[in-house]
Design a protein around this ligand. Structure first.
Ligand code: CA
Length: 222
């Protein structure tokens, strides 16, 4: 019996994609355009997008939040998996990358279902809480500046309904989490949040070695 996840060679990853990926053509084009940008590494992988879409479907999610939108791939992947009345609030501060996102959301016919908030995400999340949104969201994806991860997590947990789900991206941080010489604020913030969630009795959790590592935190019912 294997005691851990299998290592993925390039060839095995190609096999995985060839035997499971159902990437809509518009997402493929968005991914290819994004690959030409300087910050292309911020893009999630297509299998991760499909996984998040599956999570949204499994949960019957209708009210979603994304912290860190970049060029809009994950938001589009998730919104395409929501029922017609499903909505997503997208938090980002970059007008340039989110202009790419808006273009594809428009083309996909879902622009009116994605509420892009161009402001520091902590402000947006606080505004949602102040507007009475606590306990009303189904799914939150956290994939923005790592030094604020704990602030995003705490607010996301407040905004989630019981049984709602948080997915935190980049929690293995290219392996830096176990590099004792990596003491920058991003790495420290990721380590601290992983350690916190792993014992956080408010949630059930699972850390998946998918992409750069995804921590799933499922809000307890009480
Ligand atoms: Ca990411």
């Amino acid at each position: 019996m294997a005691r851990r996840s299998i290592g993925l060679s390039d060839a095995l990853y190609d096999y995985l994609l060839a035997n499971s990926l159902r990437e809509p053509e518009i997402l493929r084009r968005l991914r290819e355009e994004t690959a030409g940008l300087p910050a292309a590494g911020m893009q999630i992988s297509p299998d991760q997008g499909q996984f998040m879409a599956l999570l949204a479907r499994l949960m019957g999610a209708r009210r979603c939040i994304e912290v860190g939108t970049f060029t809009g791939y994950s938001a589009l992947a998730v919104v395409l998996a929501l029922p017609p009345d499903g909505r997503l609030i997208a938090c980002d501060v970059n007008e340039k990358t989110t202009a790419v996102a808006r273009r594809y959301w428009q083309e996909a016919g879902v622009a009116e279902r994605i509420d892009l908030r161009l402001a520091p995400a902590v402000e947006t999340l606080d505004a949602l809480i102040a507007a009475g949104g606590a306990g009303t969201y189904d799914f939150v994806f956290i994939d923005a500046d790592k030094s604020n991860y704990d602030s995003y997590y705490e607010r996301a947990l407040e905004l989630l309904r019981p049984g709602g789900l948080i997915a935190v991206d980049n929690v293995l941080w290219g392996g830096s989490v176990i590099d004792s010489t990596a003491n920058d604020s991003d790495t420290e913030a990721i380590r601290a949040l992983n350690a916190k969630i792993s014992v956080d009795q408010r949630v059930n959790c699972s850390l998946l070695p998918l992409g750069d590592g995804i921590m799933l935190a499922h809000k307890q019912n009480s």
